[in-house]
Design a protein. Structure first.
Length: 393
């Protein structure tokens, strides 16, 4: 079935006694009891399917996990309390029975860099950053570092670089490393990393999938080989999503393909308008003909879908001019996050990449005159009009 159909059907409509709820309810119980201790014992021992304790499994989360497994064409999933919790769970699972070494993309969300350097490295995990869009450089880094895990973003935050995920997966497999892909910016509408050979596809559900700016959540979708150990680690660590957030996320996902298509279309319009604006120095957008990864994008992305983030640099601007420009926005919301129904703008140096050292930011190519726009579902003319009046200010 197509993703539009999967998004409204998968996971829902489980039998609950004689009736079947049309949508999955919010199951708030922290624990479950049975008529007999023998049965509870079988459930704890996983000889019989059932629920015992919400940190282990919760019916609301199970429905969302089934939905995400279908959307990503994986073997199973774990719904987590945030995107960062999901990235940590994927990385820790990937490294569980492998060398404690990660080769990570140069271009990553700031908190992911922080997770690698401030959480994993101090526990003895070697971390090395490399330009994963340069397969030769990646090959050399892998040969040297012999990583247990390679970590990339499908479309990088915020400069929208796109690596050749299938070739990276081949490299990982040959080196015995697991490939973890943060698929937040691309979503399963544009990319299904597990179909391209990745072992883990991770999302911040907070973004396009939930889509309405009212949920913090994450998910790890994985293959058959890693699911059991992901679940075992989760039972010990307890990074799980709450049932109310599961419900909101499932509700959001039903319209996600429609929203995402609209947002991608709007982003194309906005990006081409920005490209000819005299106050704009440079636009970063995967559809741009001069995008450094244009060949990979042509080969790997479906036609006309390039994501819905547009990053751009303002001519001769520093922090003060960026603040003036962003303060002048009337429609586009000045806030951290992305993927919501409303357009949002963020200043990476100040927020998403604040914790990254200036040296590392320079290596990533994030300059002080760069802003990141998440294009919403509004009428594109209105988004453009707002940007125009703010640029004039
Ligand atoms: C690409 C990417 N991955 C992961 C995250 C983290 O997600 P969360 O804020 O849900 O923890 C973000 C947040 O902005 C992100 O942009």
């Amino acid at each position: 079935m197509k993703i539009h159909t999967q998004a409204v059907h998968a996971g829902d409509r489980k039998k609950a006694g004689p009736h079947i709820p049309v949508t999955t309810p919010i199951h708030t119980a922290a624990s479950y009891f049975y008529e007999s201790m023998d049965q509870l014992d079988r459930v704890f021992g996983q000889e019989e399917h059932g629920y015992s304790y919400a940190r282990y499994e919760n019916p609301s989360n199970v429905a969302l996990e089934e939905l995400m497994t279908v959307l990503e064409n994986g073997h199973g999933a774990l719904a987590c309390s945030s995107g960062m919790a999901a990235i940590q769970m994927a990385a820790v699972t990937a490294l569980a029975d492998r060398r404690k070494s990660v080769v990570a993309a140069n271009a990553l969300y700031g908190a992911t860099v922080s997770l690698l350097l401030n959480v994993l490295e101090p526990t003895g995990v070697a971390v090395r950053f490399v330009d994963v869009c340069d397969l030769e450089a990646l090959g050399a880094a892998v040969a040297e570092a012999k990583p247990g895990c390679i970590l990339i973003e499908t479309i990088s935050n915020p400069l929208l670089r796109v690596g050749q995920i299938d070739r990276i997966a081949e490299l990982a497999r040959a080196a015995g490393a697991a490939l973890v892909v943060d698929n937040t910016f691309a979503t399963p509408l544009i990319m299904r990393p597990l179909e391209r050979g990745a072992n883990f596809s991770v999302h911040s559900l907070t973004k396009y999938l939930a889509g309405h700016g009212d949920v913090l959540g994450g998910v790890v979708v994985t293959d058959q080989h890693h699911l059991e150990s992901l679940r075992t680690l989760s039972r010990a660590i307890g990074p799980v999503l709450g049932p109310f957030e599961s419900y909101l996320t499932m509700r959001g996902i039903k319209t996600f393909p429609l929203r995402m298509e609209r947002q991608c279309g709007n982003a194309c319009r906005v990006a081409s308008w920005l490209a000819s604006h005299p106050r704009v120095e440079r636009v970063y957008f995967p559809a741009s003909p001069d995008h450094p990864d244009a060949a990979a994008i042509r080969r790997l992305f479906p036609p006309h879908l390039y994501g819905a983030i547009v990053s751009f640099e303002l001519k001769g601007a520093g922090r003060a001019e960026i603040f003036r420009f962003m303060n002048a926005l009337r429609l586009v919301v000045r806030a951290t996050s992305l993927g919501d129904v409303h357009s949002m703008m963020l200043y990476p140096v100040m927020s998403s990449h604040r914790e990254v050292s200036p040296k590392h930011r320079e290596r990533m190519g994030i300059r002080d005159n760069l802003v990141r726009l998440s294009v919403g579902i509004e009428a594109p003319e209105d988004i453009i009009e707002d940007l125009d009046q703010a640029l004039k200010s």
